[in-house]
Design a protein. Structure first.
Length: 255
């Protein structure tokens, strides 16, 4: 007589197999999805920031960030802020000079960049933290104009080796899942850029940053030598040079 259907034991065995396969696949799928989200968030944030800087310069009819009102507002206090941080409460609402200038800086940027909050940054050296509407945190360090920092010899070295970054207007650290969420590891969920004076972002671990910081081509993420100051360790998936690696791979994470 033909057997119709399945026995209870066979059904339970089938469910058990499905459960084992799910237990193996779900963490991998979650990890893959998280990497895709991080990649998309980083790419969008970098693009939005560059576009915002370009719009701000265009609106003010200037060609460099140092000439913009946002940067000019902080010229007199930026060194002190970068060294000592802010002296306000967590939310920047006080009216004393330093905090007032930071609040004004926020208002100027808000015309071009979707910012939901500006907070005092207590965890790192970056003086203040911009929380964007997409949930990304951007730690920002502003550099005042300094024509004595880089001389003609360094400029010639940079240009001879194909570099484009001469004047640095600041540093941008993008934490794609906010500083309140772990792992907070450079190269994993936190990524570093130099801000060119023309508003272009230059990733740490790239040729331009290596030439600008060290006047050589050795400190790039592709260099696996122990002397590299901006590597990207494939096994650990982190280190200072991973920003450039992510950019070169279309911000996709392969590690």
């Amino acid at each position: 007589m033909k057997k119709l259907g399945f026995t209870l034991v066979e059904i339970l065995v089938a469910f058990g197999i499905i459960g084992v396969i799910s237990a193996l696949l779900i963490p991998q799928l979650q990890s893959s999805y998280k990497k895709q989200v991080y990649a998309s968030t980083l790419a969008t944030t970098a693009s939005n920031f560059e576009n915002a800087m370009a719009k701000m310069m265009s609106a003010e009819n200037v060609t460099t960030l140092w000439e913009t009102n946002a940067w000019q507002d902080l010229v007199g206090v930026s060194d002190d802020i970068n060294t000592n941080g802010l002296n306000s409460s967590t939310d920047i609402t006080s009216t004393d000079t330093e905090d007032g200038l930071i609040s004004q800086f926020q208002r100027r940027l808000s015309d071009y960049l979707k910012i939901s909050d500006v907070r005092k940054n207590t965890a790192d050296n970056a003086p203040f933290l911009l929380r964007l509407e997409n949930g990304t945190d951007c730690m920002l360090i502003i550099y005042p104009p300094d024509t004595t920092e880089i001389d003609s010899t360094k400029i010639n070295t940079i240009k001879t080796n194909g570099g484009q970054l001469i004047e640095v207007a600041g540093e941008l650290y993008v934490d794609v899942n906010t500083v309140d969420s772990k792992p907070n590891k450079v190269g994993r969920d936190s990524f570093a850029f130099y801000i060119g004076n023309d508003g272009t972002l230059y990733p740490f671990g790239g040729l331009d940053v290596s030439l600008r910081m060290y006047q050589n081509k050795n400190n790039v993420w592709e260099n696996t030598g122990t002397s590299n100051k901006l590597p990207c360790n494939k096994e650990r998936g982190r280190d200072g040079g991973c920003t450039a690696r992510r950019e070169k791979n279309g911000y996709k994470m392969y590690y």
